[in-house]
Design a protein around this ligand. Structure first.
Ligand code: PLP
Ligand code: NBG
Length: 782
C-alpha cells in the first residue's frame, strides 16, 4: 500500500493543485494526503458485506483530528513521515488542522472510540449523527474569564467525507420540511481490518431560495427557508448534560433520527419489501443516551403507516431493534420534553408515543402489583425520554459496574423490578490506537519491544508486562519515556500558554468538562491548602508539583465559569509568589480538546478523578491516564473502582466518602459544622469572600461560597460534599507527594497501571455489545 499511497499523493498535487511536494502548502498537502488515503481504501469501503449490522445512533461524535489516526490504522504513517522528511517537510504540520469536535466530552468521545474499535474488531457497525457546521466552541480567556468563539472545523476542508447527494431524504416537522444530505466518512479499522461508515446528516433547504421575493429585493424573506433549514445542523449544543426544552434541540434529534431510519428502511425494503418482521435480524440500533430516543415512536410509526402493521405486530419488532445506554443519573440531565412543544414540532409522532404509553399500561395491569404512576411516559404535561427508552428497548445498560448497580437500585428500581433481565453493564473503554500508539509512540515502542505488538488489537496482552515490574532496567526505560513526554509537554506549554513548567516537577493533571460534580473546586481549594501550608511551614519537604487543569464550561453555566475564574486567580497568585516558585505551579490550559488531551495525558504522573461518589457514571479519561502510566488520585466512583481492581489499590490513591457513606449521612450533612471545626477548611473557603481574590465584581465567588455552605436553599447545601472530602483529599495528596520521592517505587506503581489497563480497551467493550446486546458477530473474512 505504501508505494501506491506515496505515488497518489504526488499525483494528486500535480493534477489538482499543479504544484510539487516541496512547494505545496498545508491545505494542499492535507487534501492530497487524505485523498490519496481515501483512494487506497475505496474498494474495501464499498463492499461492506451482507450480515447483520449494528447502528450507533448518537447526537455526538467527538472525533478529534482524523488524519493521524486514519494513517496509523492504515499503517502508512511511517511511510508518510519518510516521504515528507525526504522533501524537507514534517508531518507535525497537520497539527494545524482543527479537531472535528462534534461532541461535548465523554459521551461523544466514547462514540468515537467505539467506531475505531468496531472497525478494528471486524464488527459491522456504522455511526449515525449530525454533521454540525460548528462543533464545540473554542475557548479562550480574558482576564481569567472563559470566552467562547465559533469553531469552524472545516478550515482546511473535509477530505475525509463523501457527500452522497443521491441518498438525501426529506425530514418533516410540523412547521418545516428539509432535506437531510448524508456525508459519509470511512471508519478505518487497524490494519484495515474492516472499513465501516460514519454517516453524518447535513440539513439543507428544499428550495434553494424564493425567487419572487428575491426579485422584489426582499432578501431576508428570499433566504428565510434556507436559513431555517441550515440552522438544524449549524451548531452543537455546548452542554454536556441536557438542554431542556429547546425547540431547536428537539428538531436536531428528530432530524438525524428520521433521516437515519429512512435510510435503514430503504435498504431493508430493497431486500425484504414491506415484510418488516426480519428487521431486527438485519439491524441492531444502539441509542447513545436518550438524545436519539425519538427513534422508538418513529420506527413504530414507519412500520404502522408504511407497512400497515398493527401496534401488536409492530411493537415487538421495534423493541427487538433498539437498545439503550444510560450515561448519567444526574436528575438535571434526564431529558423531558414539554408535551405542547413536542406536539407542535412533531405532530405526526406524538400519537405513537400515546400508543406506547397505553401499551405500557396494559402490560403493567397484567402485573398485579404494579402501580402505573411511576412509569408514565407522559406525566404532568411532560414526556420522559428515559422511560420511553427503557420501555421501547430490549436492553438497558450502564457504563461501569457501580453505575449499573445504581441504576438498578436507586435511579430506576421500579423499572429493574419490571424488567430485570433487560438491565446489563458494559464498562466503558478507550481505543489504544489513538490513546497509546498515536499519542505516546515512545511508550508504545517500549511495550512492543518487550511483549510484541499484539496489544494493538488485544490490550489484555499488557498483562505480559507484569513480570517486568521487578526489572529495574525496564523500569528505568519506562521512567525515561515519561520524562520525555513531560519535556515535550513542557515545551508545548511554553509555546502555547507562555508558561514555563519544569519537567522536573511532578505533573498532577485534572482534565474533563467543568462541572460541579467533578469537583474541580475541591482540587483548587486543596491547592490553596498546600500553598498556605508550604508558606507557613506546616508542609515540609514538599516535592515540586505542577497542577494542571483543562476544561470547558457550558457557556450558560455560571458557577462552572466562576470556578474557572477562581482557578485562574489562584494560578496568578501562586505563580507570582517568589516564596513557592520552586515548589508549585498552577496552569489552566486554553481550549482543552482531544488533541490537547493527546499531549497532556502521556505526561501525567497523577490523574485526578475526584468526583463525588456515585456521580461520575464511568469516566474515560481515567482509563487514558492509567494506560499511559499515571497513578489515579481519586474517589471510589465510576470506573475508578474497576481501575484499582485491575491495577492494585496499593498502586493508586483512593480517598473520601463512598456511596454507602453518602447514603448514610444524606439529609444530615452539615458543611457548616466542618467549616467551623476545621481552621484549614475555613481558611481556604474564606478566600472566596475575604478579598484574597477578585471575581471582577461579578459576585460569582460569593455565590460559590454560599453554594458550598448553604446550597441553593437552606435545605440543600453542596450536593457534592466538597467539605466532607476536602481534608481526606489533602491527606491523600500529601501521601502521593511523599511517595513520589522514591522514584523507582513510584515508577513501579505507574508501570502496574499500564500493565493492568487491558480491560479498558473499547475493543473489549464493543465486543461485549456485539455479542451480548446486538447479536452481531465479528466478520473475520472481510
Ligand atoms: N473531553 C475530552 C476532550 C476527552 O478527550 C475526554 C476523554 O478522555 C473527555 C472529555 C471525558 O473526560 P472524563 O472521562 O474525565 O469526563
Ligand atoms: C458521560 C458520563 C461519563 C461517562 C461518559 C461516557 C454524559 C451524559 N455522560 O462518566 O458523565 O464516562 O458519559 O459513558 O455525557
Amino acid at each position: 500500500m505504501a508505494e501506491g499511497f506515496q505515488r497518489d499523493i504526488q499525483a494528486y498535487l500535480e493534477l489538482e493543485a499543479n504544484i510539487n511536494l516541496q512547494d505545496a502548502g498545508l491545505r494542499d498537502l492535507y487534501q492530497a494526503v487524505s485523498k490519496a488515503a481515501m483512494k487506497q481504501i475505496r474498494e474495501k469501503w464499498e463492499n461492506p458485506g451482507s450480515g447483520k449490522r449494528a447502528c450507533y445512533f448518537s447526537a455526538e461524535f467527538l472525533l478529534g483530528r482524523m488524519i493521524y489516526s486514519n494513517l496509523l490504522n492504515m499503517k502508512v504513517l511511517d511511510s508518510l513521515r519518510e516521504l515528507f522528511a525526504d522533501n524537507g517537510l514534517n508531518i507535525a504540520m497537520f497539527e494545524e488542522v482543527e479537531d472535528a469536535a462534534l461532541g461535548n466530552g465523554g459521551l461523544g468521545r466514547l462514540a468515537a472510540c467505539f467506531l475505531d474499535s468496531a472497525a478494528t474488531q471486524s464488527i459491522p457497525m456504522d455511526g449515525f449523527g449530525i454533521r454540525y457546521r460548528y462543533g464545540l466552541f473554542k475557548q479562550y480567556f480574558q482576564n481569567g474569564f472563559q470566552r467562547e468563539e465559533a469553531d469552524g472545523w472545516e478550515r482546511f476542508g473535509d477530505p475525509w467525507s463523501v457527500r452522497r447527494e443521491d441518498e438525501k431524504v426529506r425530514v418533516e416537522f410540523g412547521d418545516q420540511s428539509v432535506y437531510a444530505v448524508p456525508y459519509d466518512m470511512p471508519v478505518i479499522g487497524y490494519d484495515c481490518a474492516m472499513i465501516n461508515t460514519l454517516r453524518l446528516w447535513q440539513a439543507e433547504p428544499v428550495r434553494e431560495f424564493d425567487f419572487p421575493s428575491f426579485n422584489e429585493q426582499r432578501y431576508e424573506e428570499a433566504f428565510r427557508e434556507r436559513n431555517e433549514a441550515e440552522m438544524l445542523s449549524d451548531v452543537l449544543y455546548p452542554n454536556d448534560d441536557t438542554d431542556r426544552g429547546k425547540r431547536l434541540r428537539l428538531k436536531q434529534q428528530y432530524f438525524f433520527v428520521s433521516a437515519s431510519l429512512q435510510c435503514l428502511m430503504a435498504r431493508y425494503e430493497a431486500r425484504y419489501g414491506r415484510e418488516y418482521s426480519h428487521f431486527p435480524e438485519v439491524y441492531a440500533v444502539q441509542l447513545n443516551d436518550t438524545h436519539p430516543t425519538v427513534a422508538i415512536p418513529e420506527l413504530l410509526r414507519l412500520f404502522m403507516e408504511r407497512g400497515e402493521l398493527s401496534y401488536e405486530e409492530a411493537f415487538p419488532i421495534v423493541r427487538s431493534t433498539f437498545a439503550y445506554t444510560n450515561h448519567t443519573i444526574m436528575a438535571e440531565a434526564l431529558e423531558k420534553w414539554d408535551v405542547g412543544l413536542f406536539m407542535s414540532v412533531l405532530p405526526q409522532v406524538y400519537p405513537y408515543i400515546v400508543m406506547l404509553q397505553n401499551g405500557l399500561f396494559r402490560e403493567l395491569k397484567s402485573e398485579a402489583s404494579m402501580e402505573t404512576g411511576r412509569y408514565a411516559i407522559i406525566e404532568n404535561g411532560r414526556l420522559h425520554m428515559a422511560r420511553m427508552a427503557i420501555y421501547g428497548s430490549h436492553s438497558v445498560n450502564g457504563v461501569a459496574e457501580l453505575h449499573t448497580e445504581i441504576l438498578k437500585r436507586t435511579a430506576l428500581p421500579e423499572w429493574y423490578r419490571l424488567y430485570p433481565q433487560r438491565f446489563n453493564n458494559k464498562t466503558n473503554g478507550i481505543t489504544q490506537r489513538r490513546w497509546l500508539a498515536l499519542c505516546n509512540p515512545e511508550l508504545a515502542a517500549l511495550i512492543t519491544r518487550t511483549i510484541g505488538e499484539g496489544w494493538l488489537t488485544d490490550l489484555q496482552d499488557l498483562e505480559k508486562l507484569r513480570p517486568y515490574g521487578q526489572d529495574s532496567e525496564l523500569l528505568r526505560q519506562y521512567a525515561a519515556v515519561k520524562r520525555q513526554k513531560k519535556e515535550q509537554l513542557s515545551s508545548y506549554l511554553q509555546k502555547k500558554e507562555g508558561v514555563c513548567i519544569s519537567p522536573d516537577f511532578m505533573f498532577d493533571i485534572q482534565v474533563k468538562r467543568l462541572h460541579e460534580y467533578k469537583r474541580q473546586l475541591m482540587n483548587a481549594l486543596s491547592i490553596l491548602d498546600l500553598y498556605f501550608g508550604v508558606k507557613d511551614g506546616r508542609v515540609q519537604n514538599f516535592y515540586p508539583t505542577a497542577f494542571l487543569f483543562g476544561a470547558k464550561a457550558a457557556p450558560g453555566y455560571v458557577r462552572a465559569k466562576g470556578i474557572i475564574k477562581f482557578i485562574q486567580e489562584i494560578a496568578l497568585k501562586i505563580n507570582a509568589d517568589p516564596q513557592v516558585q520552586d515548589k508549585m505551579k498552577v496552569l489552566f490550559v486554553t481550549n482543552y480538546n482531544v488533541s490537547y488531551a493527546e499531549k497532556l495525558i502521556p505526561a501525567a504522573d497523577v490523574s485526578e478523578q475526584i468526583s463525588a461518589a456515585g456521580t461520575e457514571a464511568s469516566g474515560t479519561s481515567n482509563m487514558k491516564f492509567m494506560l499511559n502510566g499515571a497513578v489515579t488520585l481519586g474517589t471510589y466512583d465510576g470506573a475508578n473502582i474497576e481501575i484499582v481492581e485491575q491495577a492494585g489499590m496499593e498502586n493508586n490513591y483512593i480517598f473520601g466518602a463512598r456511596v454507602e457513606d453518602l447514603d448514610r449521612i444524606k439529609g444530615q450533612y452539615d458543611p457548616r459544622a466542618i467549616y467551623e471545626r476545621e481552621p484549614r477548611v475555613k481558611a481556604v473557603l474564606d478566600t472566596l469572600v475575604d478579598g484574597t481574590f477578585s471575581d471582577g465584581g461579578s459576585g460569582v465567588f460569593r455565590e460559590l461560597y454560599e453554594s458550598i455552605l448553604y446550597g441553593a436553599s437552606w435545605h440543600t447545601p453542596d450536593h457534592y460534599y466538597i467539605l466532607l472530602d476536602l481534608l481526606p483529599y489533602c491527606d491523600a495528596r500529601m501521601k502521593v507527594n511523599a511517595d513520589y520521592k522514591d522514584r523507582e517505587d513510584f515508577t513501579r506503581k505507574c508501570f502496574y497501571n499500564t500493565a493492568g489497563a487491558g480491560k479498558f480497551s473499547s475493543d473489549r467493550t464493543i465486543l461485549q455489545y456485539a455479542r451480548e446486546i446486538w447479536g452481531v458477530t465479528p466478520n473475520l473474512k472481510s
